[in-house]
Design a protein around this ligand. Structure first.
Ligand code: HEM
Length: 247
């Protein structure tokens, strides 16, 4: 049966990867475009109830979808070593996919190591206040840390999708004739990409301009700013590819 052959299994993994990836990105965009603006307009009691009943559930699907996306993504590579060999990673599709994977891994780390722990503080506080307890003075700062990481993931999600889909559809042999890509050009593209990802991530963690407003943090101030930043990144990576990767 085709499904149990290498190629069939690879396709099943790709479909699984895309399904859980859509669930992850869908919830990420729901949090950014819908939940955060709605919470800003809701009364405290209603917001606390929503955090308790709605956000809590959404975060379960969100973090496990993130985990599953990473696992299926890595399995696609693991079951097809003859496709993802040294030549592949040295190609245009290889270097762009690699940057997409680095973004995806940083995003998954943001989910599990920043957003989830901080949201647990926010939700515990909401439940405590609902039960008549004292508000936790650290909850607002925890919410801000989670928000910045979430908006950073929103920013990464746009170029990440271009890298993922591009690997088979446009950063490939037909369009970029990439198999004679020089090691120097590969390195330039890769290092610029990693530098952009690192600066943005450090900024989102508050290591560059703190977790407050101002400075580079303007990109996290509204979900629209985060979205525009994501589209600017798509354009920047495309122009960089035209300059550096075009044979
Ligand atoms: C986090 C680590 C991730 C890894 C290791 C990973 C790995 C991969 C790999 C190896 C491919 C196949 C590329 C090819 O040769 O065509 C792929 C494709 C794809 N990935 Fe990811 N990915 C990750 C994250 C994501 C995320 C967050 C999404 C969001 C939805 C995503 C969506 C896709 C899509 C839509 C494709 C295209 C499928 C295809 O055309 O075959 N990936 N990914």
């Amino acid at each position: 049966m085709w499904l149990f052959e290498q190629e069939g299994f690879d396709n099943a993994l790709r479909i699984s990867h895309v399904i859980v990836g859509i669930m992850w990105m869908g919830l990420l965009w729901f949090f950014n475009f819908v939940q955060v603006p709605a919470f800003a307009e809701m009364e405290a009691a209603a917001r606390n109830n929503a955090l308790d009943k709605l956000t809590w559930r959404a975060l379960w699907w969100f973090r496990w979808a993130a985990m599953a996306t990473v696992v299926f993504g890595l399995l696609i590579i693991a079951v097809f070593p003859d496709l993802y060999d040294g030549d592949y990673w040295g190609s245009t599709a290889g270097v762009t996919l690699l940057l997409g994977i680095i973004m995806g891994l940083v995003m998954a780390a943001n989910v599990w190591m920043v957003i989830w722990p901080n949201q647990q503080i926010v939700i515990a506080n909401a439940r405590n206040v609902q039960a008549g307890g004292e508000a936790n003075p650290d909850a607002a700062a925890a919410g801000r840390r989670a928000l910045m990481a979430s908006r950073q993931n929103m920013i990464f999600s746009l170029p990440l999708l271009v890298f993922m889909v591009g690997a088979s559809h446009f950063y490939n042999v037909t369009h970029f004739e990439q198999f004679d890509l020089s090691a120097g050009m590969w390195l330039v593209y890769f290092l610029i990409g990693v530098a952009i990802i690192a600066v943005l991530e450090l900024n989102a963690l508050g290591r560059i301009s703190g977790t407050g407003n101002g400075g580079l943090n303007v990109i996290y101030e509204t979900h629209k700013n985060a979205m525009y930043t994501g589209f600017v990144l798509i354009a920047a990576f495309y122009v960089l590819a035209e300059i550096v990767l075009r044979a």
